[in-house]
Design a protein around this ligand. Structure first.
Ligand code: ADP
Ligand code: SF4
Length: 698
């Protein structure tokens, strides 16, 4: 297949200082929860991006000194020569597939609480650290020696990056992660010396750092500057006009400008709150302030939008973090004219949640993310089948679709049977909920791939029974039959069914099926804590219901803190008029009234409530599995070798977990795992020589 010539512009080589990128695809820095703990996993993940055609592949932030480390988040470190081999493995892996390797040097300044190193954090002035967890830690104001030290640390780290083989090195002043941004932003920088006050003074440190790094490595390496073009809090913070003044002032100092919004939640907005290219108004015109190339992001998945960004002079490079996670092969697919194969990011931020929880980032769309080295999974390829098994997959939700697609890719003959008339399972309804339409891409991508596979047959309106299945003669059966929301209130706070004497009780499944409460005042009890409670409150209030969201958590949709949405969800609900009753457990509901107990004191109170929407937990749909297991004695005669339950039917979870479950089945079919072995590889740090007596002797 050949590509449309209108995309050729995306494959122009672009010079960045002393190096040249082969095209305009730029995987900007992104965290991944692997960092210094999982270096080979990280190297393989980055190499896959290079293999997928990105011209530049960046690291996540690489902390240059223990005076700024953001434990518990796991990033890279460039603290000493000890780190160089790990960094080199990553650069070498990227070079293996012909991409430029970039290392994002970072000193987090007063963003870092230094809970691991116990060093005193530093910032422009004496202030509490500006960190995720509000640790009881203050940063001290940097004096001139501190500034000299910081400059030296950047130089030293850049030289280490050079020894590790990188082509590009960053100076990071963005997102209130890169410490120099605290100097740029007038709300933090109230210094009265030459590093505070005027724009030129506040930009002095950044200028010196870029110049120092250029001086150290600029002969062979490009030096990029990552900067935020808006804090999105108006004149109080770094705002569009001032950011432009700074970029104009420093225009030719770095070799490349990488533009972000601040803070991270604004930079990586979810599809619930922003569309593709949402950063365009913020970066428009910046390119005209400098002759140096400019990279920006905006959850780009459409090649036409990418071309427009370049043709209209908005960006030189198409930057991507999340789209490159969801599909590391976007550049190759565009190059080969295979646009329909692009696996578009859905903007859910489950990847961010992996980083926030210091686990390995996972992706709803790309179950191989983070598993490239650990489990040997590849986002595009899977090994051919090992036998001729004919496989029946029951249920076309995320788990069943992924299993059928990957089994089909392995070359198995597959039948996918779905009770409903559409593919997508839970997504058929969930994609119609407020703000979730982009999530439908999980189903659409897989439906598109399945349609091209002659060895996979799809049967709609096929609610299968055990009798049907035993009559078909498949070798293996995969049950991806999903789950249903509980009606009895049982979840985390309530482990016994709720007393509901006569009250109208609805579940998310009811609402998604179009059923609505008769009463107009609704109590929505959210003991699930992710998106569903908040989304349904939004749905009902927009339809004119009076809604009170009751939750045992301290805030609405509490877990969505990990997807960087919680504060936005809470603000949206409040603005829509949803009443929030937090730290409260629903104890009982009767016609017209409910009893709530304070989650801390147990004190009870009554509130009026006409109907209950219970969003607490789900039950796996296992009727078919039980029926088949009850007839295990008949399997051999029916030619059936195995029945495996996957996805929500095994244990209800996220869509990402269901897709992962589908992939895992397809990957592991035919393998004979040693039950005593770990299910994945891990890296254990090499032990240093150890002389206990010398350490403990007095
Ligand atoms: P998961 O997230 O694990 O993929 P979903 O709930 O999204 O689960 O999807 C499960 C799918 O299985 C639904 O589309 C449902 O209609 C289908 N399903 C459930 N039971 C049967 C059955 N007996 N026969 C065919 N399809 C079924
Ligand atoms: Fe996109 Fe969601 Fe994957 Fe992150 S987890 S890359 S937001 S699809």
């Amino acid at each position: 297949m050949s590509r449309d010539s209108r995309y050729d512009i995306l494959f122009d080589p672009v010079r960045i200082g002393p190096v040249v990128s082969k095209n305009r695809f730029f995987q900007v820095p992104h965290c991944n929860g692997m960092g210094y703990r999982d270096p080979s996993a990280l190297a393989t993940m980055r190499a896959v991006k290079a293999q997928g055609g990105w011209g530049v592949v960046c690291s996540e932030q690489a902390e240059i000194h223990p005076s700024a480390e953001i434990c518990p988040f796991i990033e890279l470190r460039v603290w000493s020569e000890q780190d160089v081999p790990m960094l080199a493995r990553i650069a070498d892996s990227i070079h293996e597939y012909d991409a430029l390797a970039a290392l994002q040097l970072c000193h987090n300044g007063m963003n870092a609480a230094n809970m691991y190193s116990r060093e005193i954090p530093m910032g422009p002035v004496d202030l509490p650290v500006f960190s995720v967890f509000n640790e009881p830690v203050q940063a001290r104001a940097m004096d001139k020696q501190d500034i000299r030290d910081l400059r030296k640390w950047h130089r030293d780290a850049a030289l280490r990056a050079k020894r590790a083989g990188y082509d590009i090195v960053y100076v990071y002043a963005g997102k209130l992660f890169g410490g120099p941004m605290f100097f740029l932003s007038r709300r933090f920088n109230t210094r009265t010396d030459e590093y505070g006050g005027s724009m030129e003074n506040r930009a002095r440190l950044l200028k010196e750092l870029i110049e120092d790094v250029k001086d150290a490595v600029g002969d062979t390496m490009a030096v990029a500057c990552r900067i935020s073009v808006d804090e999105m809090i108006g004149e109080e913070g770094l705002h569009a006009a001032e950011a432009r003044d700074i970029i104009a002032h420093l225009g030719e100092v770095p070799d490349l400008w990488d533009l972000t919004l601040s803070s991270w939640d604004n930079d990586s907005q979810t599809s619930r709150f922003a569309d593709e290219a949402y950063q365009e108004p913020f970066v428009l015109g910046v390119k005209q302030l400098t002759t140096k190339p400019v990279v920006g992001v905006g959850r780009f998945t459409s090649p036409d939008t990418m071309v427009r960004m370049v043709r209209q002079g908005v960006l030189d490079f198409i930057g991507a973090a999340r789209p490159s996670i969801a599909d590391p092969f976007i550049p190759e697919k565009i190059r080969e004219g295979r646009l329909e194969d692009i696996r578009e990011c859905i903007g859910c931020n489950m990847c961010v949640a992996g980083d926030h929880t210091s686990s390995i980032s996972r992706c709803t769309q790309n179950p191989a993310m983070g598993e490239e080295w650990r489990r040997g999974w590849h986002p595009e390829y899977i090994r051919p089948r090992e036998d001729e098994s004919r496989i029946l997959v029951v249920g076309a939700g995320p788990a069943g679709l992924e299993a059928a697609m990957m089994l089909g890719k392995r070359g198995h003959e597959v039948a996918l049977a779905e009770r409903g008339t559409q593919l997508g399972g839970r997504l058929v309804a969930e994609r119609r909920l407020p703000g979730l339409s982009a999530w439908g891409r999980v189903a659409d991508y897989r439906a598109g791939q399945l349609a091209k596979m002659p060895n996979v047959e799809i049967f709609y309106a096929s609610a299968l029974t055990d009798e049907d299945i035993l009559g078909f003669g498949f070798d293996r059966v995969v049950l991806a039959t999903g789950s249903t929301w509980r009606r009895d209130g049982v979840g985390r706070a309530l482990l016994k069914p709720l007393e509901t004497g006569g009250a109208e009780v609805l579940t998310p499944d009811d609402l998604m099926a179009g059923v609505r409460p008769v009463a107009r005042d609704v109590l929505l009890f959210d003991d699930d804590h992710y998106y569903m409670g908040g989304v349904l409150a939004e749905l009902l209030v927009k339809e004119g219901y009076s809604v009170t969201l009751v939750t045992p958590a301290a805030v609405a949709s509490a877990w969505s803190f990990n997807t960087m949405e919680q504060h936005k969800i809470q603000a949206r609900l409040m603005e829509l008029g949803v009443r929030l009753k937090c730290s409260a457990i629903l104890q009982k509901i009767e016609a017209g009234s409910a009893t709530l107990a304070c989650a801390f004191t147990g004190r009870t109170e009554e509130m009026a409530a006409g109907a209950l929407v219970s969003v607490t937990a789900r039950l796996p749909r296992l009727e078919l599995a039980h029926a088949l297991r009850a007839r295990a004695g008949e399997w051999a005669a029916a030619g059936l070798k195995s029945v495996t339950v996957i996805g929500d039917a095994l244990a209800p979870g996220t869509i990402a977990a269901a897709v992962f479950g589908g992939r895992r089945y397809a990957e592991e079919l035919g393998a004979t795992p040693d039950p005593g072995a770990l299910p994945f590889r891990r890296e254990v740090a090499e032990l240093l020589p150890f002389d206990l007596n010398a350490i403990l002797a007095h």
